[in-house]
Design a protein around this ligand. Sequence first.
Ligand code: ZN
Length: 118
Amino acid sequence: MKVKPTYKEIKKKINVNVFPYEVYVVLTTDVNEARKRRNKIFGETSLDHAIAMHSSLHTGFSYLFLPYNCTPWVLCHEVFHTVWEIMHFIGAELENEVMAYLMSFLMKEINKFGSTWK
Ligand SMILES: [Zn+2]
């Protein structure tokens, strides 16, 4: 796929302090292009029409590829995948309050970051 001249992204790394885990948030005009630009990390993908995406290799980090105008419900969906991945990575039981805390922490951090989009 040809890169659109209007392609733009901003990226932020969120450390999930109490857990050994990093979340990279990529806000972009083109989710599929952003993911393809990380083929060296994740390998080739056949996905071409995703509206948002969570990617991980189960090695202590996740990438969230989000449209810059991401809706709260899509963001929530992708953040849940991240929380799920974190819980499995650290070998924790799926504990209600810990997962809810992580959800709100990540939603808040991503929301702050999203407001920097210009
Ligand atoms: Zn999903």
